[in-house]
Design a protein around this ligand. Structure first.
Ligand code: C5P
Length: 232
């Protein structure tokens, strides 16, 4: 599994996204397209960015009944994305159906990654709203194990959890980790942050980096700094 930096393209239009990507004349970064851009521009923007030579992580976090997710995943697979995701809370049956839908006739498929508990969910809210009374880190690890048992490729988690996930689910189980900031950068609304170098040390497979690159005065230089620290 190649370590890589994934840039979160958190823009609300094709124009802004392409203007950002146009700055990269020498490299073709792996990029993440989330709900905002996908809902604004639809599958056309995914095809266009793929056609420009980028690998794409389509971050739509599917969560529905197994049959619906299976059919939706078949559509996403047709977009030829490299990575996509769902909520492990949809159950193993949903995750298995998703894998089936995602698998192309030739047996290949994008990497399918599970979201465990969102980092915006606190212990208190999980207990009160979701009626889950186990410790949050235990819940996250349980969801990760369920994802591995269902045959998924990995999970989205904090770099601080990457080691534990690898211990529980195997070294080949991919950890995709947001919450990355430069040591001298702004934290913004992220709470638990890690530098690219620290994420590498902790065993993250992919780091997802948004604002430290997209809002930088020189995004290409910021991307190269991330790659230098994380990939080496
Ligand atoms: O700008 P920033 O580096 O904080 O962007 C991180 C990206 O990763 C955003 O697209 C955010 O939605 C996503 N993400 C996250 N934390 C999670 C899951 C996804 O920050 N637990």
């Amino acid at each position: 599994m190649g370590k890589d930096v994934i840039i979160a393209l958190d823009f609300d239009s094709r124009e802004k996204t392409l203007a950002f990507l146009d700055q990269f004349t020498e490299e073709k970064p792996f990029v993440k397209i989330g709900m905002e851009l996908y809902y604004a521009e639809g599958p056309a923007v995914v095809r266009e960015i793929k056609a420009r030579g980028h690998k794409v992580f389509l971050d739509l976090k599917l969560h529905d009944i197994p049959n619906t997710v299976k059919k939706a995943m078949a559509v996403l697979s047709g977009l030829d994305v490299d990575m996509t995701n769902l909520h492990a809370a949809g159950t193993k049956a949903m995750m298995e159906a998703a894998l089936e839908g995602l698998t192309r006739p030739d047996g290949t498929r994008p990497l399918l990654i599970a979201v465990t508990q969102l980092t915006s969910t606190s212990q208190e809210r999980m207990e009160a709203d979701l009626l889950i009374d186990k410790p949050l880190d235990q819940v996250v690890m349980h969801y990760a194990k369920c994802a591995a048992e269902a045959g998924l490729a990995g999970v989205v988690c904090s770099p601080l959890e990457a080691g534990k996930v690898h211990e529980a689910c195997g070294g080949g189980f991919v950890t995709v980790t947001p919450g990355v900031r430069f040591a001298d950068g702004e934290v913004g609304d992220q709470v638990r942050v890690t530098t690219p170098a620290k994420a590498k040390e902790l065993g993250s497979d992919y780091i997802v980096v948004g604002r430290p690159i997209t809002q930088a005065a020189d995004p290409v230089a910021a991307y190269r700094r991330c790659v230098a620290e994380f990939v080496g």
